[in-house]
Design a protein around this ligand. Structure first.
Ligand code: GTQ
Length: 349
């Protein structure tokens, strides 16, 4: 190449050229790839149970479980529609099953649990153990555990489903399999794991310990949750942000019930006003009973029985009980994931 050739060459667009070569100039992307603080797509949102229940009842009549693997309305965050999620890394749905229905057995990589809202007579079979369901019960289906649902009661049964699939899919770690028979054979006495572990301080000492980080307990009954609150009575001041907050625990490890999700329940006395806190974890609240508000950033959401609230990361959250009843809030959070990766931070604000 002579010097006169060079003079006539159009200046190379190095930005276009490096893009063609599947690279990017970090100096133009630094703020996107290393933001100064979390920038969640999720927004604060409340789903009113009273709005959703009539539609669940409609689909109970309109759609058979031969047409739907599960009859569930997914709770989709307005800021997280594609892919659909309830808040960062977490999913919630409302599932309805009618008398004499069965939902076929399957398993998947995602860890899951249910929190029962209304009805009686349904059960979930988890790896051969039939686990009965009553309002307020927490039922676990850890990743890889076969699970199917059946309903032998007389009224529709509705529960909250929770899964970590947004996280599993972000990591491209999903699988999903059918059991091959609609319902699993019952190979273990009904509700055995809950009965064996419910005392907490006296747990089975024979055989090898249950493998893995997930709790071996199929059901945490609401009756035991109430017993725990009644035992504490007014002796505990509780947390300034969240009142008398209890964590459901894996009785073997003392850790959260699932490696990706911690489940909690709190009681807020009438007039309770929490201090605002923000955290790098995200969470979902389900109102067992009571009336109040969640101030999340600049959004104020009121809540009542059976409503669900999505809390995005890093927004200041303040809880209030504005009613004249004790409020019981069940919640779950991806805090175990953040802690395992040394990414958990919280501060009062
Ligand atoms: O009941 O097994 O809401 O597998 C989503 C996926 C419920 C279930 C959901 C599921 C289930």
């Amino acid at each position: 190449m002579t010097s006169s050739d060079t003079a006539h060459t159009v200046a190379t667009d190095h930005y276009a050229a490096v893009t063609e070569l599947h690279t990017a100039p970090l100096w133009r992307f630094l703020g996107d790839v290393l933001p100064t603080e979390p920038r969640p797509a999720a927004v604060a949102h409340r789903w009113r149970y009273a709005d959703l229940r009539p539609h669940l009842l409609h689909f109970l009549g309109a759609l058979g479980l031969d047409e739907a693997e599960r009859r569930v309305l997914m709770l989709i965050n307005p800021g997280m529609t594609d892919p659909p999620a309830t808040t960062t890394s977490l999913y919630a749905g409302l599932q309805i099953i009618g008398p004499r229905e069965t939902a076929q057995a399957h398993r998947h990589a995602s860890h899951a649990f249910r929190f029962v809202i209304e009805g009686s007579g349904a059960a979930t079979t988890v790896n051969g153990e039939r686990v009965p369901m009553s309002p307020g019960d927490l039922l676990l289906t850890p990743g890889g555990h076969w699970h199917d649902h059946e309903h032998t009661g007389d009224e529709p049964m509705i529960w909250l489903d929770a899964l970590d699939y947004p996280l599993v899919n972000a990591l491209d770690a999903s699988y999903f399999e059918l059991f091959g028979q609609r319902s699993q054979p019952h190979t273990v006495p009904d509700d055995l794991s809950s009965r064996q572990y419910v005392h907490g301080l006296l747990t089975p000492a024979w055989g090898p310990p249950p493998p893995g980080p997930s709790s071996p307990v199929g059901r945490y009954p609401w009756a035991e949750t109430r017993r725990a609150f009644d035992a504490i009575a007014d002796d505990a001041a509780g947390s300034a942000a969240e009142g008398v907050l209890l964590e459901y625990r894996n009785p073997v490890t003392g850790g959260p019930v699932l490696p990706t999700m911690s489940c909690r329940v709190t009681r807020l006395r009438p007039g309770f006003t929490g201090v605002p806190v923000r955290r790098t974890s995200s969470s979902v609240l389900y109102v067992v009973s009571g009336d109040g508000t969640a101030e999340i950033g600049s959004t104020v959401l009121d809540w009542t029985d059976h409503d669900v609230v999505a809390i995005p990361p890093w927004q200041p959250v303040r809880l209030r009980n504005t009613g004249d009843r004790d409020a019981y809030l069940f919640g779950y959070t991806n805090e175990p994931v953040l802690r395992a990766l040394d990414l958990y931070r919280e501060e009062e604000c």
